[in-house]
Design a protein around this ligand. Structure first.
Ligand SMILES: Cc1cc2nc3c(=O)[nH]c(=O)nc-3n(C[C@H](O)[C@H](O)[C@H](O)COP(=O)(O)OP(=O)(O)OC[C@H]3O[C@@H](n4cnc5c(N)ncnc54)[C@H](O)[C@@H]3O)c2cc1C
Length: 414
């Protein structure tokens, strides 16, 4: 089958890889000059499968209220007259109910664990290198109450996590020595990983090209056309293209292109920041990936760089860098790992997470028999890329995905 994948982020390129492996003739369209140049460019680097938790939990509304008005808040809502934000927020609140939140966590876990396995197999198959480290992820807590709560939560993932006291955390990651006194404890998810999502996307695109996938860069998609109940083509700044089937993988921009087709995708951009610090004192920088759960910050060692990422701002499609907010994460990194590098020289970046109100991605069919969705991966698109793309490629090829796809499609929002 001839298939066009719309979007060359980590999701679109992974989709192209699995489709090409199943024998399809694949083309990928993107407005950028290369793969992975938008949200997949400088994310937190974590393959965080064993601790996948939705943003919408029973405690989130209270926490968000506490943070209201604080410019350094990990989660920042700016009140705007944007109907898409209001309707998304109402759905988000409904997903904070305990039962919904648990169900969403299980759905995320299902895709994430499968995805981590699929990534390991892809690595085996292709020998792809992307500054990956497979030493697990250590989640850190400064409050004993939060630590206890998190330990209880790991009941969702029995056997996947182990709790450590402050000394145990430092034994696992000696670069945490300066922070030991402030730590209540940590949870180590031994099977989780980290790596550079952009390098992965760029190298996988090269592998795809060797498999015959055609990449059409610099082509901004203006419109997706439908005729007789089917998608008939894609209009871009570089001309019109058509195929037998199409996969929408445009990240935060997916709902904008889907709307004229009568498809309402509840995806809203959640802006986050990252800072990349060149490591000058390797013994003072971590070699394991870490998460500060309360600050919602993640750390990954990418070769001789330390990437720290986090915060969420609901400010529409504005991807500009708010310097004071971005500096907060640089300061947090240097507080945890003093002297590891020069914060002044940190490279700041902002990206728009394609966030659904329930935090699970939207993977599967639409009312158009030849249009499929692989989008809305929010905070965990790098983690879920291989699994969601492999499952979708199986579905499109008429096979049975290896995971239960129930509750992952657009139908859950209809
Ligand atoms: C600060 C931050 C930290 C993060 N940390 C992590 C992490 O540690 N682990 C993790 O798993 N995930 C993380 N994420 C989430 C992850 O980065 C995203 O979920 C993932 O990159 C989404 O990939 P995507 O391919 O769907 O979107 P994108 O990478 O944005 O790809 C979409 C593509 O569509 C193209 N496009 C859009 N509109 C058009 C158009 N009209 N015409 C043509 N092309 C178009 C864009 O150019 C882009 O290349 C983080 C995100 C942020 C912002």
């Amino acid at each position: 089958m001839k298939i066009i994948v719309l979007g060359a982020g980590v999701i679109g390129v992974s989709t192209a890889y699995y489709l090409a492996k199943r024998g399809h003739e694949v083309a990928v369209i993107d407005r950028q000059s290369g793969p992975g140049l938008e949200t997949s460019f400088a994310n937190g680097g974590q393959i965080s499968a064993g601790f996948a938790e939705p943003w919408a939990t029973p405690g989130t509304p209270f926490q968000a209220l506490k943070w209201l008005g604080r410019s350094d808040a990990p989660l920042l809502f700016r009140l705007r007259a944007d109907p898409a934000l209001w309707s998304w927020s109402l759905r988000f609140l409904a997903n904070c109910l305990p039962g919904r939140s648990r169900l969403n966590a299980r759905r995320m876990l299902r895709v994430s664990l499968y995805s981590r396995q699929a990534l390991a197999e892809l690595r085996e198959e292709t020998a792809i290198q992307y500054d990956q480290i497979s030493k697990g992820i250590l989640h850190l807590y400064e409050s004993h109450q939060e630590f206890e709560r998190a330990l209880k939560r790991t009941g969702l993932t029995p056997g996947l996590a182990s709790g450590l006291d402050a000394k145990g955390c430092v034994a696992l990651e000696p670069a945490l020595a300066a922070a030991e006194a402030a730590l209540a404890g940590g949870i180590h998810i031994a099977e989780d990983e980290s790596g550079d999502a952009h390098v992965f996307t760029a190298r996988l695109a090269e592998i795809c090209a060797d498999l015959g996938v055609e990449f059409r860069y610099g082509a901004a998609i203006k419109r997706i056309d439908a005729e007789g109940g089917e998608i008939s083509g894609v209009e871009t700044g570089k001309g019109r293209w058509s195929a037998d089937a199409y996969v929408l993988a445009l990240g935060s921009y997916s709902p904008l292109l889907a709307k004229p087709l009568g498809l309402r995708l509840p995806i809203y951009p959640a802006k986050g920041y990252s800072a990349t610090i060149t490591i000058e004192a390797p013994e003072k920088a971590p070699s394991i990936s870490l998460t500060q759960d309360q600050l919602k910050l993640v750390y990954s060692r990418l070769g001789n760089r330390l990437r720290v990422a986090g915060t969420a701002e609901f400010t529409g499609y504005d991807d500009s860098i708010n310097e004071p907010r971005a500096r907060v994460i640089v300061d947090a990194a240097l507080k945890l790992f003093p002297g590891c590098g020069d914060g002044e020289k940190a490279v700041l970046w902002a990206g728009l997470r394609p966030k659904t109100p329930d935090s699970a991605p939207i993977i599967g069919a639409t009312k158009y028999p030849n249009l499929f969705l692989n989008t809305g991966h929010g905070t965990l698109g790098w983690t879920m890329a291989c699994g969601s793309s492999r499952a979708l490629a199986d579905l499109i090829s008429g096979g049975q995905p290896e995971i239960d796809m129930n509750g992952l499609g657009l139908e859950r929002f209809l």
